[in-house]
Design a protein around this ligand. Sequence first.
Ligand SMILES: *Cc1c(COP(=O)(O)O)cnc(C)c1O
Length: 408
Amino acid sequence: MYKELNATLRTIMTPGPVEVDPRVLRAMCTPILGQFDPAFTTLMNETMEMIRRVFQTENQWAFPIDGTSRAGIEAVLASLIEPGDLVFVPIYGRFGHLLVEIAQRYGAKVATIETEWGSVFEPQVVIDEIKRVKPKIVAMVHGETSTGCMQPLKEIGAACRAQDVLFVVDAVATLGGTEVKVDEWKIDAAIGGAQKCLSVPSGMAPITFNARVEKILLQRKKIERGLADPATYDAEQDRLIRTNYFDLSQLMDYWSPVRLNHHTEATSMLYALREGLRLVLEEGLEERFARHKLHEAALTAGIKAMGLNLYGDSAAKLPVVTAISIPDGIDGEAVRAMLLNDFEIEIASSFGPLKGKIWRIGSMGYSCRQKNILHVLSALEAVLYRHHAKISLGDAVQAALDVYHKKN
Ligand SMILES: *Cc1c(COP(=O)(O)O)cnc(C)c1O
């Protein structure tokens, strides 16, 4: 009745999910191991080590949260926020609003500032506001996939540490594609994404946090122990971490030699993430970031040569997402549909105020390679020509080839 599963091989050039390296797909076909089998706990430990290296941190705590990237964000915020805590979120795109929403759901009072989409904050503006608002936590997005912009974090991190404020960073879009220096930038907790630059299927979120975060988690854990004793529990129940699944203090006992049972680890996803991280480290962080820059250069050269305009502040461009203004009179969705139906290429639209105004082309992980860049440029040119857009014909692929041939 139902046909056998038969997903076609698309060229996926969105800001996630992206194409998955065949080695990762093969790893997912590996037989299941029990979660306390030493053969499996060894794989868990290796995955922790590799997560540390990719986040460029010495933190003890680095492990994946089972769930999509927002599960990682939710675990960090839910475990840190006590009702009434003040959380400050500088917003420059859609995912800033996600941080606000999650923080509010866990009872935080949220203060925000917002800058125009397509730009980022001057760090000093954020720092001045931190000094004024005096939050317990600053939560910020590193790479805003919705606008294609990337926020410099180093000065903000240093200011947070100096003010003894916790600095939580959504590095979902950037981890594995461009520098994310957790220790150097004084990030207290960071969340990465699997289906973005790590090129692993969606379903797991690598996170890391330091001893400053751990201290708060351990304090709150005492209350959980008090659950058995109504007298102490009643007095302190407001401080209980309001989630079991995302309680980092419980997860610490799962991802450590204590190995206290929490959830059942998502076995095949762990294989996938481990292989994805192994690919990152095999390639080398610097080499991988340089590869993403090279293909970004070829893509943007091609887009400009075609006569299209990049959207947003070029000085703040996120290297792994290229936002393009949809030319006047062109139906962006019709172009996307033709790319998909005739060329089997997927590119993205955007959200909120940018809906219908920009396309977003991701160049992340395994999707970020010469074949895909040339393919998307030539297809976009053909589709735009068919839609009677005023573009310059024949120049896009040549401009991209110029970038590639100069490199070689
Ligand atoms: C994709 C993305 C998310 C959400 O990830 P999910 O895996 O869909 O939950 C959060 N933040 C940023 C910056 C992203 O790019």
